[in-house]
Design a protein around this ligand. Structure first.
Ligand code: SF4
Ligand code: SF4
Length: 400
């Protein structure tokens, strides 16, 4: 018997849809989801509290995973007498609000940054109790700051602030929509763990090269009423002598202090990290999240509707390859590698350029996300994940 982890794969529709034939039904993606779930949900026992990690999609995004798939997962867990709850964390988007598109149209992004906004977009996208069959619960609290600090020996991090309420559950099912990502290269199970299951502090520390700093040359107590101190939700900032100081062990980068400070450049924000550094850091986050217990977690990747951009952006663009199918596994590296291999080996889809002409499709054997965005490389995730011993890059693909 192979020692490699198994990745179950249900390929996309193979037969043209004809109503009222039982043969046709096994080509239905929801039925295929059930077939994958039959293989992977062997970790659930009656009475288990099961956290089902989802991503409801950013406002204006139209490629996020449809809640119909989530409902299948919820139904399968209930059939095993588990108690499913959809779980999610708040998005980083502290600083982002309106982006002007043209003179009279702007879009507001960062809708998932707190519970109030996040719930609205979840409802709009159908992630409601009535549709999915389970309620949505924010495991890092209303503002994304509830955390449990986990010590690790990561590539960079020695401690990670994991979403605190993750540990209220007995088992986890990580549902990921496989697609591209402008910094991570792609989004799958690893990213759903390393960004999707940590509190804002470690989302911030992965994306940015440090926390906010007081510029003591500019900070001037005679020009303010210490608005920074009053605006900090976690009391990370105080006045010490002639200027404010920030306690870096508590700050989670919400930027409230910077927005409220009336003195220009008195508080300075960090820069975005370079892509490989960002990736290694969120893979460190995965190491901390897996302290939950790797054997208590199952992964399902939906490689359908696959644009180069992530569900966290307002404009996800058009798919770059055809649907690849639904994947299930116990191993977060193996399932993501199977999806990237399938994407690489798929023919690219043509799309219209700005002149309205069809582009030449990318060829079989070419990794599409990297080709479309040379700044990224899916190998960064796999290399870091292997360094942190998070699973296996080799896998056995079993077609359902
Ligand atoms: S950071 Fe701004 S608000 Fe805070 S003490 Fe300095 S000048 Fe005042
Ligand atoms: S960014 Fe400013 S307001 Fe936010 S936690 Fe840090 S010190 Fe407090």
């Amino acid at each position: 018997m192979s020692s490699k982890p198994i990745v179950y794969w249900a390929s996309p529709i193979e037969v043209a849809a004809m109503p009222n034939t039982s043969k046709n039904m096994v080509t239905n993606n929801l039925v295929k989801t059930r077939l994958i779930l039959d293989k992977i949900l062997d970790h659930i026992r009656p009475g288990d509290k099961v956290g089902v990690k989802v991503h409801v999609g950013e406002a204006q995004n139209t490629r996020y995973l449809r809640p119909d798939y989530v409902r299948e997962v919820v139904t399968a867990i209930k059939a095993k007498q588990g108690k499913p709850t959809l779980i999610e964390t708040q998005g980083l988007g502290n600083n982002i609000e309106n982006i002007g598109i043209c003179e009279d149209y702007s879009i507001c992004v960062g809708h998932r940054k707190n519970v109030e906004d996040h719930k609205k977009i979840a409802e709009l996208h159908g992630y409601s109790d009535a549709i999915t069959g389970a309620s949505l619960y924010f495991i890092d609290g209303d503002e994304g700051i509830d955390r449990k600090v986990i010590q690790i020996e990561g590539i960079h991090f020695k401690e990670v602030s994991v979403a605190k309420k993750l540990f209220e559950f007995d088992k986890l099912v990580i549902i990921s929509h496989f697609k591209g990502h402008p910094q991570a290269g792609f989004g799958g199970a690893l990213k759903n763990l390393g960004i999707g299951c940590v509190s804002k502090r470690n989302k911030y520390l992965a994306h940015l090269d440090g926390l906010l700093k007081i510029n003591i040359e500019k900070c001037d107590l005679t020009l303010c009423q210490q608005e920074c101190v009053n605006s900090c939700p976690v009391s990370a900032i105080k006045v010490d002598g002639e200027h404010a100081i920030i306690d870096a062990s508590v700050c989670y980068g919400c930027s409230h202090c910077m927005r409220k400070c009336p003195v220009e450049e008195a508080i300075i924000g960090p820069e975005m990290r370079k892509v490989p550094d960002f990736v290694e850091r969120f893979i460190d986050n995965v190491l901390a999240v897996l302290s939950f217990g790797p054997k208590k977690i199952r992964y399902i990747n939906f490689a359908i509707d696959i644009p180069a951009m992530c569900d966290c952006v307002p404009n996800a663009s058009v798919p770059v390859v055809p649907d690849l199918g639904i994947y299930g596994s116990t191993d977060p590296i193996a399932i993501d590698k199977a999806c990237i291999d399938a994407e690489t080996n798929a023919p690219g889809l043509p799309f219209l350029n700005k002149d309205g002409e069809w582009t030449k499709p990318l060829e079989v054997g070419i990794e599409k996300f990297k080709t479309l965005n040379p700044m990224v490389n899916p190998a960064y995730q796999f290399n870091a994940a292997i360094k942190n011993k998070l699973g296996s890059i080799d896998y056995e693909l079993v077609k359902i």
